[in-house]
Design a binder for this molecule. Structure first.
Ligand code: GLA
Length: 730
């Protein structure tokens, strides 16, 4: 059997039983098969790794359903939203009504438009309930990543109340029984939680008003046998920085369906005639070769399809951020001193953090007053900015535009500009309120203030922070507006970027609480976590690497005693933990010894030498555990690689297990050298370091041996990061 090509679907609607119509999207190893017959409910038959030769019509036959006792007399096949009118006995992807009626929505295909193999738009209508829907699906040909979204439009003169609209109801392979969600907290982002196989549903909801620390809008899935480097795997992400709901439901007939969408507050979306609601994008990707390949596909998708291209070819500058060095104690002389020291160890961008503006001498005041504080900088920032430039660094500045402190000129002038529920006291949160960015006057105020500072000081970079939840996202009319607020934030950032074409922006939200693909469409980097603990950072970075490439993940060398955990770390380990990422520093350089500054400088030099490989190579997440973290970056042509093997704790055996590299060409030989730390870290001699001359010229081994047999790491103290450089000898 072969399917009719939907691109040629010109004939009138035909009964489903006699002439179903099919279409397929294919690219980058992904295959999506859809039954799309005019006048019928469209159905996703399959979405996953490509199966050469498979046609949608074949899959429809192979999936033939029949009556089972105790169920409806006809098979209920659902639709792309499994809306209520389909009768499907599983959680619906669309919940809407008009004053309690018109909820049994049943959308039928009106027309479709397909562009080549990679993009499809389906227009649907429910003529009785007067609702239209548009599904957009596209496969990125290079990576196989599927993007999908839905738009709902009200076609009646009575208001349509929308309660839930998933981007799509996406069937997933029921064998993907292991689901991994990404949870955490402030200073402990991207913790991976494995959800045991279940019947029924798993749901993750986030109504914090930001992407959140604890409920990242992304899931991984695999079988019991899937590892980083083998087996069926999938990843799903909602490209959205507001409230979210993720769910996976195992229907009673055995199907698994995934939904991701915008978690709406009561009455939040009320559509008048002709008005529409656009869901955020669902991003999905599959692989037959393990979790790491799924991440690789996402890592290629982000720079190609998510980030704008302004920072694409520019090496990611090494940061110096002032926060942990001075906090709110801004002092021009001290900052000039820090700038000199930062440049001396290799910083390329100096970011002046919180505390430079208005009455912001602590976290209780000043947000909203976006002018340089004359108390701290009587002559403005000119002296500091020009010195930073003379030292060869870019200048970056911290803002938290969406927020206002009650103790600020802005709040005194415009108390009505904040989001808050009438009759309900605000939940206190870092002494600040969320501004209502759905108001044009608020956005104009913020744009004018920020834009004029960017122009005045020729600011290259903004750290855009957002440090509170917004439990009551209510405008002056008492209506919840978080969806609109999220879009307004994107628009404001984009307006600044359109005006200042070289301006780069970092998304920060109390560390990594806003690090999704929605915000990354308008920003260049995320601040992964406030936790600069060189030990804890491994879990955070490893977790984040599931969705985000190293080039966007801010990763800083912190002070000897971590301010958040109180733990102490040698400089060689602080450096090793920061090299794989968008490297920076966030420490008081006046308090570091000369020896440690020399180590830091050497580490930054090493990062710069290899950053092209780190930021544009192919990322490898090797199997790891609580006692070790092993990752690497392999050149696209497999000519070289850089691997980090961080020992985090003592291990079960007297000697560390052999490190098996991955991603190399088995047929080539590679010269292996240990490029970090700079001195022999082995606890006893001789070791592999002498045997293979790892700290000297190194030794060459076959790629096959390095991957299949592996190298014995030297025995070291915990909290040692070994960095190996591998170079093909041909
Ligand atoms: C947040 C950020 C920090 C720092 C402070 C400033 O917590 O995550 O990096 O910028 O705000 O107040």
């Amino acid at each position: 059997m072969s399917g009719n090509d939907a691109r040629h679907m010109t004939k009138p609607a035909a009964p489903l039983s006699t002439s179903p119509n099919y279409c397929a999207l294919r690219g980058g190893g992904t295959f999506v098969a859809i039954e799309a017959t005019q006048g019928e409910r469209p159905i996703i038959l399959y979405a996953g790794p490509d199966m050469p030769g498979a046609s949608p019509a074949d899959l429809a036959t192979l999936a033939t359903q029949q009556h089972a006792p105790g169920t409806a007399a006809v098979p209920l096949r659902g639709s792309m939203l499994n809306e209520m009118g389909t009768g499907i006995p599983g959680p619906n992807g669309l919940l809407a009504h008009r004053n309690g009626c018109d909820w049994a929505i049943d959308l039928r295909l009106v027309r479709l438009k397909q562009s080549g193999d990679h993009a499809l738009t389906l227009h649907l209508e429910d003529t009785k309930n007067k609702i239209a829907a548009t599904h957009e699906l596209a496969i990125d040909q290079a990576t196989g990543v599927l993007s999908a979204s839905t738009r709902i439009e009200n076609q009646s003169d009575a208001v349509l109340e929308l309660e839930w609209c998933a981007a799509l109801c996406l069937p997933i392979d029921p064998r993907l029984q292991r689901i991994f969600s990404f949870t955490g907290q402030w200073a402990g982002e991207f913790a991976i939680e494995e959800i045991a196989p279940f019947q029924g549903s798993i749901v993750r909801e986030n109504s914090s008003g930001r992407t959140s620390h604890d409920s990242y809008p992304g899931l991984f899935a695999g079988t019991q046998a899937t590892t980083e480097l083998s087996g069926p795997a999938a990843a799903f992400h909602l490209a959205w920085s507001g409230n979210s709901r993720l769910r996976v439901d195992r229907h009673k007939d055995g199907r698994s369906v995934l939904q991701m969408g915008d978690l709406l507050f009561p009455g939040e979306i009320r559509l008048a005639q002709g008005e529409g609601y656009q869901s955020p994008d669902l991003v999905a990707v599959w692989s037959d070769t393990g979790f790491n390949d799924v991440s690789n596909r996402l890592h290629d998708f982000v720079p190609d399809r998510v980030l704008d291209q302004r920072s694409r070819s520019k090496p990611r500058p090494v940061h110096y951020n002032t926060w942990e060095a001075v906090y709110f104690g801004h002092d021009e002389t001290a900052l000039l001193d820090l700038a000199e020291r930062a440049a001396a160890v290799g910083a390329e961008r100096f970011v002046l953090d919180d505390g430079w503006f208005g009455g912001r001498r602590g976290d209780a005041a000043g947000l909203g007053d976006w002018w340089v504080s004359s108390d701290v900088y009587p002559a403005g920032l000119h002296v500091l900015v020009s010195r930073v430039r003379q030292l060869g660094m870019e200048f970056g500045l911290w803002f938290e535009p969406e927020m206002v402190s009650p103790d600020s000129d802005l709040f005194r002038a415009h108390p009505e500009w904040v989001l808050r529920a009438p009759h309900t006291g605000d939940v206190p949160f870092r002494g600040q309120h969320t501004l209502d960015l759905t108001r044009e006057d608020v956005c104009d105020y913020l744009f004018d203030k920020i834009s004029s500072l960017v122009s005045e000081y020729d600011i290259a970079y903004i750290k855009w922070d957002m440090n509170r939840d917004t439990p009551f996202p209510s405008n002056a009319d008492g209506r919840a507006v978080m969806h609109q607020q999220t879009r307004a934030v994107y628009q404001l950032i984009q307006r600044l970027r359109d005006t200042h074409e070289q301006l780069e922006i970092e998304s920060c939200s109390s560390g990594g609480a806003r690090a999704d693909y929605g915000v990354l469409r308008h920003t260049d980097r995320v601040w992964t976590s406030d936790n600069n603990d060189a030990h804890a950072r491994h879990q955070i970075m490893r977790g984040a690497s599931h969705f985000l490439p190293l080039r966007v993940l801010g990763n800083h060398v912190g002070p000897k005693t971590c301010h958040i955990t109180g733990r102490k770390f040698a400089m060689h380990f602080r450096v090793a933990s920061a090299i794989f990422g968008h490297m920076g520093m966030e420490l008081d350089l006046r308090r570091e010894s000369e020896a440690d500054l020399a180590t830091l400088k050497a580490g930054i030099t090493l990062h710069k030498r290899h950053r092209e490989l780190i930021h544009n190579g192919r990322f490898v997440r090797l199997p790891s555990s609580e006692t070790k973290n092993s990752i690497g970056c392999v050149a696209r042509d497999q000519s070289e690689a850089l691997f980090l093997h961080a020992k985090l704790d003592t291990e079960l055996h007297t000697l560390p297990a052999r490190l098996r590299f991955a991603g190399l060409d088995p047929a080539r030989d590679y010269r292996v050298r240990l490029v970090w730390p700079l001195v022999n870290p082995s606890l006893s001699r001789p070791s592999i370091i002498e045997a293979a001359k790892l700290l000297a010229d190194g030794s060459a081994f076959s790629g096959a041996a390095l991957m299949g047999y592996g190298i014995q790491p030297p025995l070291t103290f915990p909290d040692t990061g070994l960095i190996y450089h591998l170079e093909a000898t041909d």
